[in-house]
Every structure is written in structure tokens, then in C-alpha cells.
Design a protein around this ligand. Sequence first.
Ligand code: PMP
Length: 402
Amino acid sequence: MDIRSHFPILQQQIRSQPLVYLDNAATTQKPQCVIDTVNQLYTTLNANIHRGVHYLAEECTARYEAARGTVQRFINAQQNYEIIFTAGTTAGINLVANSFGNTFVHAGDEIIVSEMEHHSNLVPWQMLCERTGAVLRMLPFDDMGELDVEKLPALLSKKTKLLCVAAVSNVLGTVNPVAKIIAMAHSAGVPVLLDGAQGLQHSAADVQQLDCDFFVFSGHKIYAPTGIGVLYAKEKWLAAMPPYQGGGDMVKTVSFAQTTYADLPYKFEAGTANYVSAIGLGAAIEFLQTLGWDYIGEREQQLLRYATQQLQGIEGLQLFGTAAHKVGILSFLLHHLHPLDVGQILDQQGIAVRTGTLCAEPVMQHFGIAGMLRASLAFYNTEHEVDALVKGLLLAKKMLRA
Ligand code: PMP
């Protein structure tokens, strides 16, 4: 299978060099079928959903609701109304922090997050704690980048209202033992929010099997358009939570005296949804399903092994995140060189990597550094591209006189 031919952007030259795109943890490129879906919608079908009685409105609504069904089957939610379309992972977490948080979290209560969370799964909880007087507790990771799960029982108590953890770290690549964490939390009566932003890019998620209470992800990290994401929550939580935002589409009746809210899932989908990207997400999921998780997982692990070996061969390169179970995310420093300088030299070679704090400053603080470089792999990358990265890094060493 010529997988790269599905991704037009990968055929490009950048700075007169073939593009080597190694920033997949930030966002993934889009296959032609997703681009065509979006294009076709704007060319022939666009109309606002849930409002019109005309053909275009009805057709768009049907496609939007079909996409909800595609997501439901993809993550194996029990009900389609447990799938709330959001703008992305960040929007989903903020929805939970406000709606669930303002209802169930009070002064003196506790929220647990891990030390390796993306700012998206940390700052909304800090804001909640500020609003309510609740306290944030932290589950640490060790120097390999593995969560110290043995410390969890001591953190869990009657005060704990929610545990929030990433399925996969966007810096360390660690695949966290979420089934074990969820079981431990539940045995203490604590619900769990799983940040699936990085996890769902690399492997399946079955929310019923995991038994997580909340699961969030972003479309753009799983080959779908930007501006769309999903919040899955168990029906019992969604039913007990008040709406987060008010507006059109989330109401049943409105008068100055009283407003009643729409049923699930619409109670949580105020305003015009990003129906084009939602339908695009459906197309991306169907594309992933034709590839299959076995192919994706095996190919990415093959690339990860090769890239790890090659990077470790570079004198002065320090890898961060060496967990036994990890995805194709390689974060590193090269000697004392500033990540930005190295990143710019790579860019001159047409190589796209991420530099800086990677939206996870506490992880930088753990290692006592200001930032890193990150190469993140997708199934469409090649060994040849890993070789180009190595060559680029050797050139950076030479140019910066490391
Ligand atoms: N959590 C993790 C683990 C992430 O990697 C990211 C994106 N880098 C997010 C949350 C936030 O996703 P988004 O910006 O799409 O809302």
C-alpha cells in the first residue's frame, strides 16, 4: 500500500527539499478523502444543521448525526447521545471542569492530575480549584517517564472528586496504564477523565471496556479537520450536569420567565456546531478503519524502534521518555544546544519538528530544563525520513559547533 499517496501535503517541497513532517503529535496531515469530504460539503451541501426544513439543511443534519454514530462505534460508546461534539480536547476538558466541576466540586475537595499532563488537562483544573477552593493533587512520573502508580492509593480519598490523566503523554510518548488507574480510582469511588488526544492517534479506545467516566479527543490529531473534537461521558454524568454554554440549539423552550434545555446530546452543543469538520471527522475515522489499528500500530512501532536506535547513535543526544510502553514520540536535547536553534536548522532542510516547552511546562521542570525538541511519528513517515532527521541533527551540531 502506498500510504503516502493519500496525503497530498506530503508530496510537497519545503525550502527546496522534500517535506519531512515529524510534528504529528501537534497535528496530523489529512488524507485526500477527508479533504474531498470537506470540499464536497462546501461545494454542494452546505446549510446550517438542526434548523431548516429544506433539502440542504436536512441532508447536512443527517450527515452530522451519522458522524456522531461513526464516533460512537469508533470508541464503542453505549449511546450516541453520550457523544458531544466540541471544538477539541481543550474545549471538552473545559466543559467538564465548568459543568461537572461547578456542580460537584466544593471547597476542600481534591482533583488529581498527573505530572505529565498537557496544559489543557492542568490549567482548567487549576482554574476550577481557584473558583471553588478545591485542591489539586499530583501523581508523579519517574525519570523513564512512567507514572508512579504505586503512589495513587495514598492520593485517593473521600475528598477526591475526579482524577484526570492522559492516555499517552505528548512529551514522553508514554502509554499510561489507564485501565489499572481507572480501576484503582473507581475502587475509591472516584470518576476518571481520560485525555485521549495523543492516545487515539495510535491505538483503539473502547470507553465501555476502559470504563472511563469522561473521554476527550481532538479530530485534528486523528487525520480529521481542525476545530472539531469529542467529549464522551457516561450518560449518568451528562444527565446530572448542567449545560456549560447557553444559546441556540441547546434549548427546548425559551421565554423570559423560564427556559428548558434540550435533551442529550444537544444540551451541551450550544450554537452552530462545526458540522463540516464533524462530518470530516467521520470520513477520517472511516479512513483509519480501512487501514486498521494493527497496521497503524505495527508500522509506528517499527518506525519508533528504528528512530530510537538512530537517535541514540548520535553522540550528545539525550532522549526524554524511555518508558517500556510508548508511542512514536521522541523528545530530546542535543548537547547544550538551544532547541530553537536546532529546530531552525532542521527547518532549513525541510524537516518539521516541534521545539519548546511542548505545552507541558511541569514536564520540563521535572527534568530541570527550559525546553526540548520533539520528533513525532505517524504511520506515513518512513525510515528515509528518520535518516534525514539524523543527517539534519548532525549538520546542526556542526553548524552550532557542538
Ligand atoms: N492533551 C494532549 C495530551 C495533547 O497532546 C493536546 C494537544 N497537543 C491537547 C490535550 C490539546 O488538544 P487541542 O489543542 O486539540 O485542544
